[in-house]
Design a protein around this ligand. Structure first.
Ligand code: HEC
Ligand code: CU
Length: 362
């Protein structure tokens, strides 16, 4: 919040220098005409870029914590926009009124030092503004943290390089990358990290909350509408940080109940793909991945017991279809260079068999 102010001030400062130099140099004066055009175009560019209809729009909250943050952001924007307008107006006035004129005598203007009134004013007013912004922010943070509803569904979120693990304690459900929650009721998220810092950020549902090794953090959401909410790991955690996407599926209570029911079953194993299963369990796959109901119980990578119930693989980087799945198993770096799953060097026959096996894990 203070940094927003700082950025504003810095931009104004730069604009001032630009205006001053263009006003003083007749050759550059046509540039001045461009400035207002740039100003007017800015909102259009945002709209064009889909900022307002984006599924990660911070101005379209759909959950109580996101709502409180939205209110706060409007308050902060109103204050900073007012400051911005005042400063820009004064700056424009000064730059135009005191521009270089043809009858200029080239001497420096009178230098004025030390006005106590002015100095006290420009110290005290910004301090008061910062105090107000600080108090408002602290209040929202405290209220979001204090009001985690007691009856909330509990989900443990574990951040990994570069994917998300979701565990539903007591419901025997473990899944990856696609979080399912019921609509209209609260879900408490317990945030842990398996390696380094990550940050859970689904803008329409709640503010950013970090997942820190050796620390239990938490946040909560209570989405008001069913649908898919997108987000993104918001703390740099390594090369594939940008491809550590968040997908939250908000479902009706019945759909959610059914989902839990299906996910809590062990894998549906089929004899038709026993070749693929054999290869999976004879290579390192099983040391990193769990398929419940088989000896595979690795926990380094995502749980694959119900892999085919997911829309995407690799934390949202690719649609979960036959081609992508096969290519992923052949070489994960085709999608995510630096992902922590090695290319296992399977030949074509083995690749087909393993892919066929995974495709039965519904
Ligand atoms: C060294 C551990 C390791 C081994 C061995 C390994 N994987 Fe992975 N696997 C991972 C990790 C880590 C990810 C998550 C990568 C990411 O999204 O950044 C992953 C992701 C996957 C995914 C995508 C899952 C999802 O929901 O996004 C599939 C499918 C998969 N592995 C299959 C296999 C198969 C098949 C083998 C054996 C041929 C194998 N893995 C071997 C660690 C491993
Ligand atoms: Cu991350």
């Amino acid at each position: 919040m203070v940094s927003t102010l700082e950025v504003f001030c810095f931009q104004i400062f730069q604009m001032g220098i630009l205006m001053q130099s263009t006003l003083n140099n007749p050759a550059k004066r046509p540039l001045l005409k461009v400035l207002p055009i740039l100003f007017c175009l800015a909102p259009d560019c945002f709209a064009e870029a889909g900022v307002f209809s984006s599924p990660t729009n911070i101005f379209a909250p759909a959950s109580t914590p996101a709502n409180s943050i939205f209110g706060l952001s409007l308050f902060v924007l109103a204050i900073t926009a007012t400051i911005f307008m005042i400063v820009v107006s004064l700056l424009t006035y000064a730059a135009v009124k005191f521009r270089k004129r043809t009858d200029d005598d080239g001497r420096e203007p009178a230098q004025v030092y030390g006005s106590n009134q002015v100095e006290i004013a420009w110290t005290v007013i910004p301090v008061l503004i910062v105090v107000v912004l600080f108090m408002a922010t602290a209040r929202v943070i405290a209220s979001v943290q204090r009001t985690v509803p007691a009856n909330a569904l509990q989900v443990v979120v574990v951040g990994h390089q570069f994917w998300w693990e979701y565990r539903y304690p007591g419901l025997k459900v473990v899944t990856a990358n696609e979080l399912h929650v019921p609509v209209g009721s609260p879900t408490a998220l317990k945030l842990l990290s398996a390696d380094t810092d990550h940050s859970f950020w689904v803008p329409r549902l709640a503010g950013k909350t970090d997942l820190i090794p050796n620390l239990t953090n938490g946040t909560w959401i209570d989405p008001q509408e069913t649908g898919l909410y997108l987000g993104q790991c918001a703390q740099y955690c390594g090369t594939q940080h940008a491809k550590m996407l968040l997908r939250v599926y908000v479902q009706s209570p019945n759909d959610f109940e059914r989902w839990i029911q299906e996910q809590s079953q062990p894998a549906h194993l089929s004899a038709a793909v026993s070749e693929g299963r054999r290869i999976f369990e004879a290579t390192a796959c099983m040391n990193c991945h769990t398929v419940a109901g088989t000896p595979a119980d690795g926990r380094f990578g995502p749980d694959l017991t119900h892999l085919m119930s997911r829309d995407t693989i690799g934390a949202g980087v690719a649609t979960n279809n036959h081609e992508n799945l096969r290519l992923w198993i052949q070489d994960p770096s085709a999608f995510k260079p630096g992902a922590l799953m090695p290319a296992m060097g399977l030949n074509d026959r083995e690749l087909n068999a393993v892919t066929a096996y995974l495709e039965t894990l519904r």
